[in-house]
Design a protein around this ligand. Structure first.
Ligand code: SAH
Ligand code: MG
Length: 195
């Protein structure tokens, strides 16, 4: 992969205020990917493709990432970026709302990365579990949402997001088939392994 191009993609995304994966979060996810050695990764929330491109380095030969983005302009940019770093044979972009696209997917994934609308996390989780197998790791970014989730904060305009993130944490923690860890890395990272 062309690291110089990747760095340019990252800088442009930061300039454009696109919420790409934070460096410390990426480090943690990269470690998990090195352990799992995935062939199939599902990502919900492509943005401009930065995280998918980073993850593609850890795919097994012939592995593939399916990633979903509902914003047309971002999906277009992601396609361009993926071409630039020459990983277009490893990443498939689904353009549209993940709420509609996920139920149409009938695959089994080794890793799922949830990084989209916070209010939909419980639904994304149910879909991720449906497409999991023993050993699948489901990772969700931004679960602590700037500290709102753990605080007694519920009067904000983002309260629906906060309520759904709390539900996500409760469901992953209480689900007897999942082993879950919540890390304070970045904006909060939930890591759930299917038993
Ligand atoms: N994973 C990316 C960042 C994703 S930012 C990276 O680290 O590089 C979150 C993205 O999710 C945004 O681009 C937003 O348009 C998209 N998104 C939010 N809700 C969505 C939904 N319901 N379906 C598909 N995409 C969604
Ligand atoms: Mg994120």
């Amino acid at each position: 992969m062309n690291k110089q191009e990747l760095e340019k993609i990252k800088q442009k995304a930061l300039e454009d205020h696109i919420p790409i994966i934070m460096d410390d979060t990426l480090e943690v996810v990269a470690k998990i990917l090195q352990e799992v050695k995935p062939s199939r990764i599902l990502e919900i929330g492509t943005a401009v493709g930065y995280s998918a491109i980073c993850f593609s380095e850890y795919l097994q030969p012939n592995g593939r990432i399916d990633t979903i983005e509902r914003d047309e302009e971002r999906a277009r940019q992601a396609r361009k970026n993926i071409k630039k770093v020459e990983v277009e044979d490893k990443i498939r972009i689904y353009e549209g709302d993940a709420v509609e696209i996920l139920p149409t997917l009938q695959e089994s994934y080794d890793v799922v990365f949830i990084d989209a609308a916070k209010g939909k996390y419980p639904f994304f989780l149910s879909q991720a579990i449906r497409m999991s197998h023993k050993g699948t790791v489901i990772i969700a970014d931004n679960v602590l949402y700037k500290g709102y989730v753990m605080g007694d904060y519920n009067k904000h305009k983002q309260r629906t997001a906060v309520r759904n993130l709390r539900e996500y944490i409760a469901e992953t923690t209480n689900n007897e088939y999942l082993e879950t860890e919540i890390l304070e890395v970045g904006d909060g990272l939930a890591i759930s392994k299917k038993k």
